[in-house]
Ligand binder design. Structure first.
Ligand SMILES: Nc1ncnc2c1ncn2[C@@H]1O[C@H](COP(=O)(O)OP(=O)(O)O)[C@@H](O)[C@H]1O
Ligand SMILES: [Mg+2]
Length: 292
């Protein structure tokens, strides 16, 4: 499989630099220079081509950003929370958006989820441009397609875990059974407890169950482990990775923790409102292997 890095080094550079790792010169073992690459027989090339075609079939584009900007008026000036963002996200991918505080990560996530609208550019979801949507259309988009997990869980304190998840049935058809969703996050035995009777990790798992019960195409998580200790955070990461690997959901997670880059299929680095780099990882680590 080809490994590519697209990197924007400086904000002043208009185009992303594309680096193809497979074609970079390896001073120790430079196959191309020695000519051994020519020795590849026709069968191998055919197999490579078939594998590439197979790969293409698997990676259907779900989201595409084209020159997306989000700007705010700041006195007489204009402030860009996000500037000229170009990216694509494939169905079933686990994407990590990394960057320091104030970089524009939440802005990016909120635009993905139809919770905010762009100042300019195009945001294509399954080929349809969200930036042309009315408020009602955006509400329908969020209801049908988007589940969100926040840093501080946002559970309703007067409802039990079961009731918090069951709420999804009121806003959408074809939701997952709440008991099944809670079972998937290991909380079936705790479903009649109120949020105040649960640990932070358990509350976050309820909020993941609630987001997943909606059966969304897109699961968006904004610093989902930000309020958790390492051990509990790992459990949450594992759950999110399983959602992508086993349930084939598209999971997009925002974090400032660079250790999380290792578990992603794609890492998007954001800085000062610009996309710095997009790196595809052919062999992401298992969430249980990450330490921070
Ligand atoms: N509604 C708003 N009005 C003005 N500025 C905003 C608004 N929302 C976000 N910003 C600014 O945009 C920048 C990016 O914000 P955000 O996407 O929340 O960053 P991050 O999630 O990476 O910490 C920050 O400087 C923030 O202050
Ligand atoms: Mg944020």
């Amino acid at each position: 499989m080809q490994k590519k890095i697209r990197r924007r080094k400086r904000r002043s550079e208009p185009e992303l630099e594309i680096v193809d790792l497979d074609k970079m010169t390896d001073p120790v073992n430079n196959e191309e220079a020695t000519g051994s690459a020519d020795a590849k027989n026709a069968d191998e090339e055919k197999a490579d081509h078939a594998a590439a075609e197979e790969g293409k079939k698997e990676s259907k584009v779900l989201i595409e950003f084209k020159k997306v900007c989000k700007k705010y008026a700041q006195g007489e000036h204009v402030f860009y929370a996000l500037k000229d963002a170009d990216l694509t996200i494939n169905e079933g991918e686990m994407v990590v958006i990394l960057g320091p505080s104030g970089a524009g990560k939440s802005t990016l996530l909120n635009l993905l989820g139809g919770m905010d609208s762009a100042s300019s550019g195009q945001i294509l979801f399954d080929g349809t441009d969200l930036t042309t949507f009315t408020d009602n259309m955006l509400t329908k988009y969020r209801t049908e397609n988007v589940g969100v997990v926040f840093q501080f869980y946002n559970l309703i304190p007067t409802l039990t875990a079961y009731e918090n998840v069951a709420l999804m049935k009121d806003i959408k058809s074809n939701t997952t059974d709440p008991v099944e969703a809670l079972d998937a996050v290991g909380l079936k035995d705790h479903m009649h407890q109120f949020p105040s009777q649960m640990s932070g990790g358990e509350q976050q798992r309820v909020s993941i169950a609630r987001a997943v019960a909606k059966n969304p195409k897109l699961l968006l998580c904004d610093e989902p482990t930000g309020a958790l200790d390492t051990g509990t955070g790992k459990e949450v990461l594992k759950l999110l990775q399983d959602m992508s690997r086993e349930k084939k959901r598209t999971v997009v997670m925002v974090t400032h923790n660079s250790f999380f880059a290792d578990i992603a299929d794609t890492v998007i680095r954001v800085k000062n409102g610009g996309i710095q780099s997009i790196v595809h990882n052919d062999s992401p680590k298992d969430a249980s292997e990450v330490n921070w």
